[in-house]
Design a protein around this ligand. Structure first.
Ligand code: SIN
Ligand code: FE2
Length: 214
């Protein structure tokens, strides 16, 4: 096969743990649609630096869409139906986000995923996200679908304890990472993003994390 190593159909899914699957380039065909649907969300609910319960501004800027949005302030981490900046409900989850999340989840072995929350994270050069667990959701039976856009990042994927060793996973523009089931509560984070300019996204990384929170 002359063309066997040209990867004409893109790299195939990679299983990184029992119920964790990396889907390289999975959303590349939908990137323009996702960006078209993202623009009005960002106009209605701009990126902002929320404060940790301890009072520190977070390095990652964030916003949300969906019936629930993840927020942080002096009272703690939680989901809220309204944007604290505008007092308005979060913008609706676009059909394109829902479809992509559902398809990615299914490809990774999780049927009937219907997210109600999409956290949208914005990273500039040197922005990192410390190791944490996603545990503010009601029911851990649902997976997490994480879509990477823009500058590449190194994702740290650990175990159930903060001190457990971490694997380093390269996340590139268009990649989707899905984790759930027995991996749902693994610690994870993002190494400082290396400075650069992505041809489509500029000097930033945007991550969409779709979850079922309520
Ligand atoms: C998150 O854990 O909330 C986001 C992960 C990422 O940006 O890849
Ligand atoms: Fe997370």
């Amino acid at each position: 096969m002359i063309q066997s190593d040209l990867d004409l159909f893109g790299p195939s899914p990679q299983r990184l743990a029992a119920q964790t699957v990396l889907l390289p380039g999975f959303v590349l065909p939908q990137v323009e649609t996702l960006l078209d649907d993202l623009r009005p969300i960002l106009r209605a609910a701009p990126f902002r630096h929320m404060r940790t319960p301890g009072g520190q501004a977070m390095a990652v800027a964030l916003t949300n869409c969906g019936s629930l949005g993840w927020v942080s302030d002096q009272q703690g981490y939680r989901y809220s139906t309204h944007d604290p900046l505008t007092q308005q409900p979060w913008p609706a989850l676009p059909e394109s986000f829902l479809q992509v999340a559902r398809n990615a989840a299914e490809t990774a072995g999780f049927d009937d995923f219907t997210p109600d929350a999409c956290l949208i994270n914005h990273y500039l050069a040197d922005t990192k996200l410390s190791l944490h667990q996603d545990h503010d959701e009601n029911d851990f039976a649902h997976p997490i679908v994480s879509i990477s856009l823009g500058l590449p990042a190194v994702f740290l994927f650990g175990g159930m304890q903060r001190k457990d060793p971490t694997q380093r996973i390269a996340l590139n523009h268009g990649d989707v990472l899905v984790w759930g089931g027995e991996d749902r509560l693994r610690f994870h984070g993002v190494m400082p993003v290396k400075p650069g300019t992505h041809p489509r996204m500029g000097a930033r990384r945007i991550n969409l994390t779709l979850r079922r929170a309520g």
